[in-house]
Design a protein around this ligand. Structure first.
Ligand code: NAD
Length: 265
Protein backbone atom coordinates (compact mmCIF):
# COMPACT_ATOMS: atom_id res chain seq x y z
CA UNK A 1 0.00 0.00 0.00
CA UNK A 2 1.42 3.42 -0.98
CA UNK A 3 1.55 5.67 2.09
CA UNK A 4 2.36 9.38 2.38
CA UNK A 5 3.47 10.91 5.68
CA UNK A 6 2.28 14.43 6.47
CA UNK A 7 4.41 16.41 8.94
CA UNK A 8 7.40 14.21 8.13
CA UNK A 9 9.89 16.05 10.37
CA UNK A 10 7.64 15.89 13.46
CA UNK A 11 7.97 13.53 16.43
CA UNK A 12 5.30 11.20 15.01
CA UNK A 13 6.19 11.85 11.36
CA UNK A 14 9.77 10.57 11.73
CA UNK A 15 8.56 7.53 13.66
CA UNK A 16 6.08 6.75 10.86
CA UNK A 17 8.74 7.00 8.15
CA UNK A 18 10.87 4.43 10.04
CA UNK A 19 7.96 2.02 10.53
CA UNK A 20 6.84 2.23 6.89
CA UNK A 21 10.43 1.47 5.87
CA UNK A 22 10.36 -1.67 8.04
CA UNK A 23 6.95 -2.83 6.77
CA UNK A 24 6.62 -5.37 3.96
CA UNK A 25 2.99 -4.28 3.35
CA UNK A 26 3.66 -0.56 2.83
CA UNK A 27 5.87 1.69 0.73
CA UNK A 28 6.62 5.36 1.40
CA UNK A 29 5.09 7.26 -1.54
CA UNK A 30 5.62 10.88 -0.42
CA UNK A 31 6.67 12.99 2.56
CA UNK A 32 5.10 16.39 3.14
CA UNK A 33 6.08 19.32 5.34
CA UNK A 34 4.69 22.83 5.70
CA UNK A 35 5.68 25.46 3.10
CA UNK A 36 8.88 27.22 4.17
CA UNK A 37 10.14 24.32 6.32
CA UNK A 38 13.93 23.70 6.16
CA UNK A 39 13.39 20.17 4.82
CA UNK A 40 11.43 21.20 1.68
CA UNK A 41 13.35 20.15 -1.44
CA UNK A 42 15.83 18.07 0.61
CA UNK A 43 16.40 14.35 0.38
CA UNK A 44 14.46 12.75 3.26
CA UNK A 45 17.29 10.40 4.28
CA UNK A 46 19.79 13.24 4.55
CA UNK A 47 17.27 15.48 6.36
CA UNK A 48 16.84 12.68 8.93
CA UNK A 49 20.61 12.47 9.40
CA UNK A 50 21.26 9.34 7.31
CA UNK A 51 22.37 8.68 3.71
CA UNK A 52 20.40 9.81 0.63
CA UNK A 53 17.35 7.69 -0.25
CA UNK A 54 15.81 9.41 -3.28
CA UNK A 55 12.62 10.70 -1.63
CA UNK A 56 12.38 14.49 -1.72
CA UNK A 57 10.36 16.34 0.95
CA UNK A 58 7.56 18.38 -0.63
CA UNK A 59 4.97 20.97 0.41
CA UNK A 60 2.75 20.02 -2.56
CA UNK A 61 -0.22 18.07 -1.17
CA UNK A 62 -1.67 17.41 -4.64
CA UNK A 63 1.52 15.62 -5.74
CA UNK A 64 1.51 13.52 -2.55
CA UNK A 65 -2.17 12.59 -2.99
CA UNK A 66 -1.65 11.60 -6.63
CA UNK A 67 1.13 9.19 -5.61
CA UNK A 68 -0.65 7.57 -2.63
CA UNK A 69 -3.39 5.16 -1.52
CA UNK A 70 -3.45 6.64 1.98
CA UNK A 71 -2.02 9.65 3.83
CA UNK A 72 -1.04 9.40 7.50
CA UNK A 73 -1.47 12.71 9.25
CA UNK A 74 -0.15 13.78 12.67
CA UNK A 75 0.03 17.57 12.13
CA UNK A 76 -2.31 20.28 13.46
CA UNK A 77 -6.11 20.80 13.32
CA UNK A 78 -6.30 23.40 10.51
CA UNK A 79 -3.93 21.36 8.33
CA UNK A 80 -5.87 18.14 8.96
CA UNK A 81 -9.28 19.67 8.16
CA UNK A 82 -8.00 20.92 4.78
CA UNK A 83 -6.34 17.54 4.10
CA UNK A 84 -9.56 15.65 4.91
CA UNK A 85 -11.39 17.56 2.17
CA UNK A 86 -8.54 17.18 -0.34
CA UNK A 87 -8.05 13.45 0.39
CA UNK A 88 -11.79 12.70 0.07
CA UNK A 89 -11.95 14.58 -3.26
CA UNK A 90 -8.91 12.64 -4.53
CA UNK A 91 -10.27 9.24 -3.37
CA UNK A 92 -7.27 8.76 -1.04
CA UNK A 93 -7.78 7.27 2.45
CA UNK A 94 -6.82 9.42 5.45
CA UNK A 95 -5.53 8.31 8.85
CA UNK A 96 -5.87 11.18 11.33
CA UNK A 97 -3.82 11.15 14.53
CA UNK A 98 -3.93 14.92 15.03
CA UNK A 99 -5.70 16.14 18.19
CA UNK A 100 -7.06 19.46 19.49
CA UNK A 101 -10.03 19.87 17.11
CA UNK A 102 -12.88 22.36 17.66
CA UNK A 103 -16.50 21.28 17.19
CA UNK A 104 -16.45 23.01 13.75
CA UNK A 105 -13.31 21.08 12.78
CA UNK A 106 -14.94 17.78 13.77
CA UNK A 107 -18.04 18.62 11.75
CA UNK A 108 -15.87 19.38 8.69
CA UNK A 109 -14.03 16.04 9.07
CA UNK A 110 -17.38 14.22 9.44
CA UNK A 111 -18.52 15.85 6.16
CA UNK A 112 -15.35 14.64 4.44
CA UNK A 113 -16.14 11.15 5.81
CA UNK A 114 -19.41 11.08 3.87
CA UNK A 115 -17.44 10.41 0.68
CA UNK A 116 -13.90 9.75 1.95
CA UNK A 117 -12.41 6.91 4.01
CA UNK A 118 -11.09 8.15 7.35
CA UNK A 119 -9.80 6.65 10.57
CA UNK A 120 -9.56 9.32 13.27
CA UNK A 121 -8.39 8.53 16.79
CA UNK A 122 -7.02 10.72 19.56
CA UNK A 123 -4.96 7.69 20.51
CA UNK A 124 -3.91 4.86 18.20
CA UNK A 125 -2.75 2.35 20.84
CA UNK A 126 -4.46 -0.97 21.60
CA UNK A 127 -4.09 -0.39 25.35
CA UNK A 128 -5.81 3.01 25.36
CA UNK A 129 -8.63 1.78 23.16
CA UNK A 130 -9.15 -1.12 25.59
CA UNK A 131 -9.13 1.46 28.39
CA UNK A 132 -11.87 3.37 26.54
CA UNK A 133 -14.13 0.31 26.53
CA UNK A 134 -13.34 -0.46 30.19
CA UNK A 135 -14.05 3.15 31.19
CA UNK A 136 -17.46 2.98 29.56
CA UNK A 137 -18.26 -0.31 31.33
CA UNK A 138 -17.07 0.86 34.75
CA UNK A 139 -18.94 4.19 34.45
CA UNK A 140 -22.13 2.30 33.56
CA UNK A 141 -21.67 -0.20 36.39
CA UNK A 142 -20.89 2.30 39.14
CA UNK A 143 -23.48 5.02 38.61
CA UNK A 144 -23.28 8.72 39.39
CA UNK A 145 -22.33 8.53 43.08
CA UNK A 146 -18.76 7.67 41.99
CA UNK A 147 -17.04 10.92 40.94
CA UNK A 148 -15.03 10.63 37.69
CA UNK A 149 -11.76 12.54 37.31
CA UNK A 150 -9.37 12.17 34.34
CA UNK A 151 -5.73 13.12 34.80
CA UNK A 152 -3.27 13.15 31.89
CA UNK A 153 0.45 13.93 31.59
CA UNK A 154 2.36 14.84 28.41
CA UNK A 155 5.71 16.30 27.34
CA UNK A 156 6.39 20.04 27.51
CA UNK A 157 5.86 20.59 23.74
CA UNK A 158 2.23 19.48 23.59
CA UNK A 159 0.00 22.38 22.51
CA UNK A 160 -3.54 21.19 23.32
CA UNK A 161 -5.23 20.29 26.62
CA UNK A 162 -6.94 18.14 27.69
CA UNK A 163 -5.32 15.54 25.44
CA UNK A 164 -7.32 13.88 22.68
CA UNK A 165 -7.03 10.66 24.68
CA UNK A 166 -8.43 12.27 27.84
CA UNK A 167 -11.40 13.49 25.76
CA UNK A 168 -11.92 9.98 24.33
CA UNK A 169 -11.95 8.61 27.89
CA UNK A 170 -14.32 11.39 28.99
CA UNK A 171 -16.67 10.60 26.10
CA UNK A 172 -16.63 6.91 27.07
CA UNK A 173 -17.37 7.71 30.73
CA UNK A 174 -20.21 10.03 29.74
CA UNK A 175 -21.62 7.42 27.32
CA UNK A 176 -21.52 4.82 30.12
CA UNK A 177 -23.66 7.17 32.19
CA UNK A 178 -25.98 8.03 29.30
CA UNK A 179 -25.06 11.75 29.25
CA UNK A 180 -23.27 14.06 26.78
CA UNK A 181 -19.71 14.98 27.79
CA UNK A 182 -20.28 18.64 26.84
CA UNK A 183 -22.96 18.87 29.55
CA UNK A 184 -20.80 17.49 32.38
CA UNK A 185 -17.14 18.27 31.56
CA UNK A 186 -15.34 20.35 34.22
CA UNK A 187 -11.92 21.36 32.90
CA UNK A 188 -8.92 22.47 34.98
CA UNK A 189 -10.46 23.87 38.19
CA UNK A 190 -8.88 26.99 39.66
CA UNK A 191 -9.86 29.44 42.42
CA UNK A 192 -13.04 29.35 44.53
CA UNK A 193 -14.86 26.80 42.41
CA UNK A 194 -17.48 25.76 44.97
CA UNK A 195 -18.14 22.12 45.82
CA UNK A 196 -17.89 19.51 43.09
CA UNK A 197 -20.97 19.45 40.83
CA UNK A 198 -22.81 16.11 41.01
CA UNK A 199 -22.19 14.09 37.85
CA UNK A 200 -19.27 16.25 36.67
CA UNK A 201 -16.37 14.63 34.80
CA UNK A 202 -13.18 16.50 35.76
CA UNK A 203 -10.08 16.97 33.56
CA UNK A 204 -6.56 17.89 34.65
CA UNK A 205 -3.45 18.24 32.47
CA UNK A 206 0.19 17.88 33.55
CA UNK A 207 2.82 19.20 31.09
CA UNK A 208 6.54 18.69 31.46
CA UNK A 209 9.77 16.97 30.41
CA UNK A 210 9.50 13.98 28.13
CA UNK A 211 6.29 12.25 29.25
CA UNK A 212 5.03 10.39 26.15
CA UNK A 213 1.46 10.08 27.46
CA UNK A 214 -0.10 8.90 30.74
CA UNK A 215 -3.81 8.73 31.58
CA UNK A 216 -5.64 7.92 34.80
CA UNK A 217 -9.42 7.59 35.05
CA UNK A 218 -10.39 7.79 38.72
CA UNK A 219 -13.78 6.67 40.02
CA UNK A 220 -13.94 8.09 43.56
CA UNK A 221 -16.75 6.85 45.81
CA UNK A 222 -17.42 6.91 49.55
CA UNK A 223 -14.84 4.59 51.14
CA UNK A 224 -13.15 3.37 47.91
CA UNK A 225 -11.52 4.52 44.68
CA UNK A 226 -10.89 2.68 41.43
CA UNK A 227 -8.18 3.94 39.03
CA UNK A 228 -7.84 2.76 35.43
CA UNK A 229 -4.37 3.70 34.15
CA UNK A 230 -2.49 3.64 30.86
CA UNK A 231 1.17 4.57 30.45
CA UNK A 232 2.78 4.90 27.02
CA UNK A 233 6.53 4.30 27.17
CA UNK A 234 7.35 4.33 23.44
CA UNK A 235 5.95 6.69 20.78
CA UNK A 236 6.30 3.88 18.19
CA UNK A 237 3.13 2.47 19.77
CA UNK A 238 1.03 5.22 18.15
CA UNK A 239 2.80 4.90 14.80
CA UNK A 240 2.21 1.13 14.74
CA UNK A 241 -1.50 1.77 15.38
CA UNK A 242 -1.61 4.34 12.57
CA UNK A 243 0.00 1.89 10.15
CA UNK A 244 -2.51 -0.78 11.14
CA UNK A 245 -5.37 1.71 10.56
CA UNK A 246 -3.98 2.62 7.12
CA UNK A 247 -3.81 -1.06 6.04
CA UNK A 248 -7.32 -1.70 7.46
CA UNK A 249 -8.81 1.20 5.45
CA UNK A 250 -7.94 -0.56 2.19
CA UNK A 251 -10.97 -2.83 2.51
CA UNK A 252 -13.48 -0.25 3.77
CA UNK A 253 -16.18 1.89 2.15
CA UNK A 254 -16.65 5.62 2.83
CA UNK A 255 -17.01 6.64 6.46
CA UNK A 256 -15.24 8.11 9.48
CA UNK A 257 -14.02 5.19 11.59
CA UNK A 258 -12.27 4.97 14.96
CA UNK A 259 -9.54 2.69 16.31
CA UNK A 260 -12.29 0.71 18.06
CA UNK A 261 -13.45 -0.26 14.54
CA UNK A 262 -9.89 -1.05 13.39
CA UNK A 263 -9.14 -3.16 16.46
CA UNK A 264 -12.55 -4.87 16.47
CA UNK A 265 -13.35 -3.60 19.98
P1 NAD B 1 5.19 17.80 16.03
O1 NAD B 1 5.03 19.26 16.26
O2 NAD B 1 6.49 17.14 16.40
O3 NAD B 1 4.90 17.46 14.47
C1 NAD B 1 3.93 18.09 13.68
C2 NAD B 1 4.56 18.29 12.30
O4 NAD B 1 3.56 18.76 11.38
C3 NAD B 1 5.68 19.34 12.30
O5 NAD B 1 6.85 18.77 11.72
C4 NAD B 1 5.11 20.47 11.45
O6 NAD B 1 6.11 21.20 10.74
C5 NAD B 1 4.22 19.67 10.50
N1 NAD B 1 3.27 20.53 9.76
C6 NAD B 1 2.69 21.70 10.15
N2 NAD B 1 1.94 22.22 9.15
C7 NAD B 1 2.04 21.36 8.11
C8 NAD B 1 1.51 21.34 6.78
N3 NAD B 1 0.72 22.34 6.33
N4 NAD B 1 1.81 20.29 5.98
C9 NAD B 1 2.60 19.29 6.41
N5 NAD B 1 3.17 19.26 7.66
C10 NAD B 1 2.88 20.28 8.49
O7 NAD B 1 3.98 17.10 16.80
P2 NAD B 1 3.78 15.55 17.20
O8 NAD B 1 4.22 15.31 18.60
O9 NAD B 1 4.31 14.67 16.12
O10 NAD B 1 2.18 15.48 17.23
C11 NAD B 1 1.39 15.87 16.11
C12 NAD B 1 -0.08 15.70 16.43
O11 NAD B 1 -0.36 14.32 16.69
C13 NAD B 1 -0.55 16.44 17.69
O12 NAD B 1 -1.89 16.90 17.48
C14 NAD B 1 -0.53 15.36 18.77
O13 NAD B 1 -1.40 15.62 19.85
C15 NAD B 1 -0.99 14.17 17.97
N6 NAD B 1 -0.62 12.85 18.50
C16 NAD B 1 -1.58 11.89 18.41
C17 NAD B 1 -1.31 10.60 18.81
C18 NAD B 1 -2.36 9.53 18.59
O14 NAD B 1 -2.14 8.35 18.95
N7 NAD B 1 -3.50 9.88 17.97
C19 NAD B 1 -0.04 10.27 19.35
C20 NAD B 1 0.93 11.28 19.43
C21 NAD B 1 0.62 12.57 18.98
Amino acid sequence: MRMAVMGASGRMGQMLVRLIDESDQATLSAVVERAGHDWIGCDLGQAMGAGPRGVVVTDDVAVALAASDVIIDFTSPAVTVALAQAAAAAGVAHVIGTTGFSEEDLAAIARAGQTGRIVRAGNMSLGVNLLVTLTRQVAAALGADYDIEIIEAHHRHKVDAPSGTALMLGDAAAAGRGVALADVADRGRDGITGARKPGAIGFHAIRGGDFIGEHDVIFAGEGERITLRHVASDRALFARGALKAALWLKGQGPGEYSMLDVLGL
